[in-house]
Structure formats: C-alpha cells, structure tokens
Design a protein around this ligand. Structure first.
Ligand code: ACO
Length: 371
C-alpha cells in the first residue's frame, strides 16, 4: 500500500544526519545538536557536515578563508538584482540569482567531487550576500562590500543593516544557523538529492531545494508564525485566538512534524533564545504569546512546536524583515543540501520511484467531434 507523503519510507542511506523522532534527538555526523548548539560555530558545523568530522584548527582556518573570500557576487548578478521587480519575494530572488550564478562559476559543468565542493563553498558564501543585497536594493539602501574578517552570521547582519552587529545578535543568529543546518531527508534536501542523482549540476540541485523550502508546509512556516503573533499582539488574547483557529480546523503554523512525535530539539534552543532576546529588549510579548500558544496547541491537539515556531520571534527580535526568515533558513540549510548532494554524487544511482496507477485503462480514442 502506498503511504501518502512517503511517510516513514527510507529512501537513502546517509551518514550525515540522524533524526530520532521518538526520543526527540537530532545528530549531525555523530554529534548531538545540543552539544553543537552550545559549543560549536556554524563554520565548524559546515565543515562537519561536508567532510564528516570536526575540523582541526588549520582545517577550519582554510574553510573559513575559502568561505569568507568568496562572498562577492559577479557584477552581472548584482546588475540583475537591481532589475528585478521591487516586490519580488526574497525566496524568488534567491532562487533566480542562484540559477544565474551557475553561469559565472569558474568550474563550469565539472561535476567531480572537488569541483562540486568548490561550487558548494561559493554558494555557501554567496547566499547571505544575495539575501542581504536584495533587502538593500528593494529598500534603496547602499550595498556594503562583504567583510572577510567577520563570521557568516556577523557578516550577514553587517551587510543587511550596514553596521557591525553586537555579540548577542551575532551569537543568536549563529546558533540558529547551526540548528537549521541539516535535517536528514526533509523535503528540500530530498528534492536536491533527486536532482543531483540525474547528474545535473550543484546549482540546479540547489535551485530545486530552494524552491521546495519556500513552501509554507516547510521553511515558509516561520514567516506565517510571526504574522500570526503580530495579528494577536497581546499575550492575553493568545489563548482565545488559538482556540478559535483550532475550532475552525485551521492549521497552526510552526506546529507538528512528520518525524518528531515529541519535542523538536531545535525548538528547545530557540525558545530559550526567544526568552532571552525578549528580556534584553524589555519586550517579552513575543515570547509570552508563543508560550501561551504552545500550551494551548499541546493541550488541545497534542502537537509540539517545531523549529519554525520560535525561530520566528527570534528573527523578529533581531530586527530581521519577515520575508527574510525563510531565506535565512535557506542560508543555513545550504550547508546540509551541499553535504547531501556531495554524498549522492559520491555513490550515485538515479532516483526514480514508481507510482501505483489508479487511472482508467482500455479506453478507445474518440474523435474530438464525437466527444
Ligand atoms: N495545526 C493543526 N493541526 C495539525 C498541525 C498543525 N500545525 N499539524 C498536524 N496537524 C494535524 C492534522 O490536521 C492531522 O489531523 P487529522 O489526522 O485529525 O486530520 C494530523 O495532525 C496529522 O497531520 P498531517 O498534516 O497529516 O501531518 P504531516 O506529517 O503530513 O505534516 C507538517 C507535517 C506539514 C509539518 C504539518 O504538521 C503542518 O502542516 N504543520 C504546519 C506547518 C509547519 O509548521 N511546517 C514546518 C515544518 S518543520 C520544517 O519544515 C522545517
């Protein structure tokens, strides 16, 4: 029997990421996400995902240098960004700019593992530039050249806001990037692997993944969460709002998960960050509303918050525009997509499942005049 949505179907062997939905555990290459969120950096996690182990100091220095020196976009890509309609969604812009970047990659159509790793490095470096530049361009702000001495998180905030971010903002974003970096065969990663398995190029596979992440049932959910919080706007009103939504059988964005049947371990860290950022800003509305909503949804539906629920208030309190929430998810997940595409390429077989045909059979063609 076909399982709708391929639920619980094992479609690949992978040594990158393990999700234990019953125990609520997330493992990158053998390391627990809690350990990495508390002790690591996003750059280290990229190395871990791509090369299978935590880097030595010199390995990390080399990757960091490669990432930081590849942040600039080719001029024709910047010119194209200026020509996009100002109302274009940042995820549309990211998808389109990444597709364009492939035409400027010095490795061309070389699909070898070394060339694909270099392409992944450039993409990883250029994603934040595209997202930050698009926000500047659509709002008429000057573009800041990327700073090579800043981390991915700090440089992104710098290019976005035009000033070097404080430590708390940088650390918060860095942890969020670690938490979103990979998640086994989630929909966008699966899309990327399916594309890569045809032996298309890294860019085409990443474009497929970006388009898939954009949907509100996947990465797009974090934007819907903050819209809901803004609509409620008052912790006192949260309970009644959620009860009404659930009574109308509406979906609560940021809740539920195909794999986790208990707390999403990533939500734990984002919840703490949401509380801390609220205290720092002396505005705990977003955190308090979120807690209230979480309680009601769990009581009534037994559903847990997923990664998108608390990331929404975290990004909002970092002063990030709402429609950049999903692109930030993409910046982080680019690391996981690349790891999976490289793994697919290193032991490839075309991914081509079957469908259980339920349509008509044995019909006879009738001329259009007699239909
Ligand atoms: N709000 C209300 N009810 C829900 C929710 C929700 N967020 N999620 C699941 N349910 C209910 C469904 O209505 C269904 O109930 P029923 O059996 O009475 O019809 C039951 O729980 C099972 O839900 P499905 O939609 O079949 O679960 P599925 O595994 O297909 O979907 C998904 C998982 C897409 C994440 C779903 O929970 C959802 O739509 N959540 C909201 C969107 C969201 O937050 N997406 C981000 C996911 S995390 C990520 O991609 C990074």
């Amino acid at each position: 029997m076909v399982k709708a949505g391929l639920e619980d179907i094992v479609a690949a062997e992978s040594s990158i990421c393990d999700v234990d939905g019953t125990a609520g555990r997330l493992i990158y290459r053998g390391y627990d996400i809690h350990d990495l969120a508390e002790n690591s950096t996003f750059e280290e996690v990229i190395y871990l995902l791509w090369f299978g182990q935590l880097p030595t100091k010199s390995e990390l220095d080399k990757l960091t240098k490669d990432l930081n020196s590849n942040r600039a976009l080719p001029k024709p890509v910047i010119d194209a960004l200026h020509n996009y309609p100002k109302k274009a969604l940042p995820m549309e812009v990211l998808r389109t700019a990444v597709s364009m970047l492939s035409m400027y990659d010095p490795d061309g159509d070389d699909n070898s593992i070394p060339a694909s790793t270099r392409k992944a490095t450039r993409l990883m470096a250029q994603f934040p530039t595209i997202v930050a530049y698009w926000d500047c361009i659509r709002n008429g702000r000057d573009l800041k050249a990327p700073k090579e001495d800043l981390t991915i998180a700090a440089n992104f905030l710098y290019m976005l806001k035009g000033e070097t971010p404080d430590e708390v903002s940088t650390k918060s974003l860095d942890i969020a990037l670690i938490l979103h970096a990979d998640h086994e065969l989630n929909a966008s990663t699966f899309a990327g692997r399916v594309a890569a398995a045809t032996l298309t190029d890294m860019y085409s596979a990443v474009v497929a993944a970006i388009g898939t992440l954009k949907g509100p049932l996947h990465g797009g959910a974090n934007q819907e969460v903050i819209k809901m919080l803004i609509e409620i706007n008052d912790p006192e009103k949260a309970k009644a709002y959620v009860e009404k939504k659930l009574a109308e059988h509406q979906k609560m964005m940021g809740f539920g998960h195909r794999v986790y049947k208990t707390e999403d371990p990533r939500a734990h860290h984002l919840r703490i960050m949401s509380e801390e950022l609220g205290k720092r800003l002396k505005d705990e509305r977003w955190y308090k509303m979120s807690r209230e909503i979480e309680e009601v949804v769990f009581k009534q539906k037994g559903l847990y918050a997923n990664v998108d629920f608390y990331s929404a208030s975290v990004y909002y309190m970092l002063g990030i525009p709402i429609d950049l929430f999903t692109p930030i998810f993409a910046i982080s997940r680019m690391s996981g997509w690349a790891a999976h595409i490289l793994e697919q390429l290193s032991n490839n077989r075309l991914i081509r499942p079957r469908a259980d045909y339920t349509g008509a059979r044995n019909l006879k063609y009738a001329a259009i005049t007699s239909r």
